[in-house]
Design a binder for this molecule. Structure first.
Ligand code: FA5
Length: 341
């Protein structure tokens, strides 16, 4: 057995010397000192030896164990210091080189535009209000004078949730939500995400942003003339130049005297294209004078109060300003598009 221990020692020494890297060294460690290593085996077999042989062999095997451990540690240090030296030589840092430029992103064009819209309306005396994206049928329809069997509900292809709630199809529910809690006179805008289950095309998305506007004061004080003046002022500030607009009669159950406001199509200059659906005009918003029933449902006396409301599409607004042909660009996450803003 002592002979065997001696030959293990010679063999292990050679292998430690030959080891080129830490992986080699680890292999040697396992071969001799690992759980199934040769020295471990010798130590395990001691129990089968006679008492005197066991003492001698045990001593020799333990000495060899410590010897090899020290040798392996030394070799490991040698290898590590070689690696460090090599790295120091090869991986030097040229501190005179210019630094790597860190690319900083920016806000999404929709966020930029929403903030700009909010800013302009704030200058015009409007407060910015928030409302829930998950809405009840009451606020989305009933309180806006659209009862269950009213054909106007067909105007909106609604995404209903399992609990009977729905994803708001417009920001108008916030007219009622706000008037329930606040006494006029009031001027608010409510920007937010809206959802409709409809086919997408160059100017329609399933998920888009609206900006609701509401201005209410004592009867006779707020008229369509105020609406026109405020919207013209807003558009001029947002677009940075006077803009050609038209008001078109329309129908909304929650306004009496309802209309749609279009701007001249910037892509085709009223000649007709896919962005404006060949009409030459881009529809920006629906608007009108608040229906008496909406005041009633909000707990206000329609004999006393009067006002206008509007709901405009944020994407459409940017499309007109930046001459963007297709609304879907906003949601494609194409960095080439986003970098332009
Ligand atoms: C409404 O949603 C009304 N709540 C607006 C309103 C508010 C009327 C207050 C009267 C008083 P409409 O469905 O027309 O109306 O949508 C308003 C605007 O949202 C449109 O003019 C358009 O700019 C934008 N819009 C509508 N549907 C989409 C869509 N699928 N994708 C992108 N923008 C849309």
């Amino acid at each position: 057995m002592l002979k065997e221990i001696n030959s293990i020692k010679n063999q292990a020494k050679k292998e430690i010397e030959k080891a080129k890297d830490l992986k080699d060294l680890d292999r040697v460690f396992k071969k001799y000192l690992g759980k199934k290593g040769q020295i471990t085996k010798v130590l395990r077999s001691l129990k089968d030896l006679s008492k005197t042989k066991r003492a001698k062999t045990g001593k020799a095997a333990n000495e060899l164990k410590h010897f090899l451990k020290t040798e392996i540690d030394q070799k490991a240090q040698e290898i590590e210091s070689k690696i460090k030296k090599k790295a120091k030589k090869e991986e030097w840092v040229d501190i005179t080189l210019p630094g790597k430029r860190i690319e900083i992103g920016h806000l999404h064009p929709l966020t930029q535009a929403r903030r700009e819209v909010e800013h302009i309306f704030q200058l015009l005396g409007f407060s910015v209000i928030d409302g829930p994206e998950i809405e009840s049928e009451w606020y989305n329809f009933d309180a806006l004078n659209i009862p269950k069997d009213h054909p106007a509900r067909d105007l909106w292809d609604t995404l209903y949730l399992k609990d009977g709630k729905l994803l708001r199809t417009h920001t108008s529910p916030n007219q009622v939500r706000f008037m329930e809690k606040n006494q006029p006179p009031l001027r608010i805008i409510v920007p937010g995400r809206t959802f409709r289950y409809e086919a997408t095309d160059a100017s329609h998305e399933v998920n888009f942003y609206q900006i609701e506007g509401l201005m209410v004061d004592r009867k006779g004080k707020v008229t369509i003339a105020n609406y026109k003046a405020i919207i013209k002022e807003f558009l001029e500030r947002f677009f940075g130049k006077p803009t050609k607009i038209r008001l078109r009669p329309s129908y909304f159950p929650f306004t009496v005297i309802s209309f749609e406001m279009d701007v001249s199509c910037p892509i085709c200059d009223e000649k007709g294209c896919s962005t404006c659906g060949n009409s030459g005009w881009v529809e920006l918003m629906g608007a009108g004078m608040v229906h008496p029933n909406v005041f009633k449902y909000s707990g206000l006396n329609p004999q006393k109060w009067q006002g206008f409301a509007f709901g405009m599409g944020l994407e459409r607004l940017i499309m007109v300003k930046q001459r963007i042909k297709d609304i879907r660009f906003f949601y494609n996450n194409d960095i080439r598009f986003l970098k332009q803003f």
